[in-house]
Design a protein around this ligand. Sequence first.
Ligand code: CU
Length: 126
Amino acid sequence: MYFRLSHLLTSLFIILFSLASPSALAHAHLKQQTPAAESTLTTSPKEISLTYSEGVEVKFSKIELLGPNDKVIPTDELLLDTTNSSRLIAPLKVSLSTGQYTVNWHVVSVDGHNTKGSFKFVVKAD
Ligand SMILES: [Cu+2]
């Protein structure tokens, strides 16, 4: 009986420890984006904005915008929102014409962990 109980306690400790591990909690997950994923816009956006669950390091983060035929669309220097260290802004240099666009992002959160992802949106600017 004693052996079984100690075995159970050890398992419980391992489970609690892995749940409480900061590395499992502190990654920057994308919470909100503008334009919204899978949305269709009738006018070109002025910027791409991404809001994360954690503060991010703008110097080590990247937003890439691809247009129709995977053509790279130039964006201005990536900015951190001055009032929200979890929000990145990529101002657009050009007006987006009709087509499908892909945003590929890669960020480093303030705890040094990397996360990445991508989403698409459509512009129908007729
Ligand atoms: Cu992390």
